[in-house]
Ligand binder design. Structure first.
Ligand code: FMN
Length: 184
């Protein structure tokens, strides 16, 4: 089974997008679509970047762990909120810490907002960032109205429709994982 790392990108007090990260973790593991694990940026608590991990003489254990998790993942899903029309600094900070780890990585982007548009502004910005570092933003999943869509245990309130969208999203990502695996 493919390894799927789910980055939960919001470190905000009272964050809601974390519920969506739980939803994907439960959905993937529950349906045996892969081996999913949440990488919670609030727990990693990286300081604002002073230098890339590869250029740091004595890297800390949590940065090394994050590097290893991204490097060994077949797919990375990034769950992130839209703040002021962009992605949060916590997400860019974690992306910039690494470099080669992202190479040819199929990435699924899950943008989250409390409004009707599901963070699509931040989505397109983050797609561009991942293209720049030669990762592949292979599938997108905007989540509007997050507060009324998911509970804190990661249950989708409209389960049938959400599961159907999640299945299509995961199908795309798994296709890329399969294709890239054949090229290794
Ligand atoms: C600093 C800040 C800026 C925000 N800017 C936007 C925005 O540009 N567009 C939007 O749809 N929602 C915006 N929101 C609302 C967020 O989508 C909402 O708070 C969502 O729950 C954020 O995810 P989080 O709870 O996981 O941090 C903003 C929220 C914050 C805290």
């Amino acid at each position: 089974m493919y390894k799927i790392a789910i980055i939960s990108g919001s470190v905000r007090t009272g964050r809601k997008s974390h519920h969506v990260a739980h939803y994907f973790n439960n959905y993937i593991n529950g349906n045996k679509l892969g081996t999913a694990e949440i990488l919670d940026l609030k727990e990693f608590n990286f300081p604002v970047l002073e230098e890339r991990l590869s250029m740091t003489p004595e890297p800390d254990a949590s940065s090394l762990l994050f590097s290893e998790k991204i490097k060994t993942a077949d797919i990375v899903i990034v769950v992130f909120p839209e703040y002021n029309g962009g992605y949060p600094a916590s997400v860019k900070n974690a992306i910039d810490l690494l470099y080669s780890e992202w190479y040819h990585k199929p990435v699924g982007l899950v943008s989250v907002s409390s409004g009707n548009f599901g963070g699509v502004n931040a989505m397109s910005l983050l797609q561009t960032i991942f293209l720049k570092i030669k990762a592949v933003p292979a599938a997108s999943f905007p989540v509007p109205n997050v507060e009324s869509s998911f509970d804190e245990n990661g249950n989708a309130l409209n389960k049938e429709a959400t599961d159907k969208r999640a299945a299509a999203f995961l199908k795309e990502l798994l296709w890329f994982a399969e294709a890239f695996n054949k090229m290794k």
